[in-house]
Write a protein that binds this ligand. Structure first.
Ligand code: NAP
Length: 267
């Protein structure tokens, strides 16, 4: 298994969005360790420089970084065309994303716009550019990062949850469309994970989740699941339980519990 895992990644070019922090950064490091050249996307120049230094210290393939605000549709599409013209992408990791913890009626319009651009439209744009090329070559892989919020409505994070519902529906569909071509399309659905996510989603009010999985473990399970062409990768027992609870329990009960948890932790 381990040998096949290494073979699937070795010598490939992997594009990772949101590679400068958290889960994306760990996935970039892991893929580089499996022999991939990384094209890393992010906004933070310092984090990008330190990542590239780390990636290129031990690799014969030179990884590169691209600074872009993915919420800026024109800048994003320009970069996609530039990358598409100059590189063959074997593996696409659609990881960049951000949350907002608070009721929707309080959310600023520009933040809501940016969230749909980054969490939804960016994923669509990258898939639209690179999936046809992979299908033509009959090889490659795409991993889209969802969330346990993909499984049920999340009062206190409604728009974020809805963007992650999109990931589930889109990725499931693409998985089946690509299946006969040999291209892998998988979704990973993490729950609370240590990263900068919650600090950003609460504008600094909550520094980190009380209980969370490590970004390294989530990244490992995600990358392994992609190589095995799993449809849905759900890291951790608790998160798997949430998935089954969403199917088994009445939605009114789930929403009431989630609302109570939001009020306890964030209101
Ligand atoms: N952590 C959790 O509890 C959790 C749970 C479920 C799902 N997720 C999902 O996991 C993915 C990764 O998040 P994370 O937890 O690793 O959080 P993180 O540490 O905040 O990392 C987010 C990454 O996305 C990039 N990004 C965000 N907005 C961007 C924009 N407008 N333009 C370009 N890049 C942008 C960030 O780049 P810069 O830092 O350079 O700005 C960073 O590299 C997200 O899709 C998130 O929804 C996280």
């Amino acid at each position: 298994m381990e040998k096949d895992f290494v073979k699937w990644f070795s010598g490939k070019t992997a594009l990772v969005t949101g590679a400068t922090s958290g889960i994306g950064r760990e996935m970039a490091k892991l893929l580089a360790g499996r022999g991939c050249r990384i094209l890393a996307l992010g906004r933070d120049k310092e984090s990008m420089n330190s990542l590239l230094k780390e990636l290129n210290a031990n690799s014969r393939l030179l990884s590169e970084g691209f600074l872009v605000d993915l919420a800026d549709k024109d800048a994003r599409r320009k970069l996609i065309k530039k990358i598409s013209k100059n590189y063959e992408i074997d593996i696409l990791i659609n990881n960049a994303g951000f949350g907002y913890i608070g009721d929707f009626y309080l959310m600023a319009e520009d933040l809501a716009d940016a969230m749909r651009e980054v969490n939804i439209n960016t994923v669509v744009d990258f898939c639209r550019e690179f999936l046809p090329k992979m299908m033509k070559k009959r090889q490659g892989g795409i991993l889209n990062v969802g969330s346990t919020a993909s499984f049920f409505g999340t009062p206190g994070s409604s728009l974020y949850g809805a963007t992650k519902h999109f990931i589930l529906g889109f990725t499931d569909g693409l998985h089946q469309e690509a299946l006969s071509s040999g291209v892998h399309v998988a979704g990973v659905y993490p729950g609370h994970t240590h990263s900068r996510f919650v600090e950003r989603a609460t504008a600094g009010k909550t520094k980190n989740w009380h209980k969370a999985m490590s970004s390294v473990l989530v990244a490992e399970l995600a990358i392994q699941g992609l190589s095995q062409n799993k449809i849905r990768i759900i890291p951790g027992f608790y998160n798997k339980m949430l998935f089954w609870a969403a199917k088994a329990l009445p939605i009114s009960f789930i929403l009431k519990e989630l609302r109570a948890k939001f009020v306890r932790n964030h209101a």
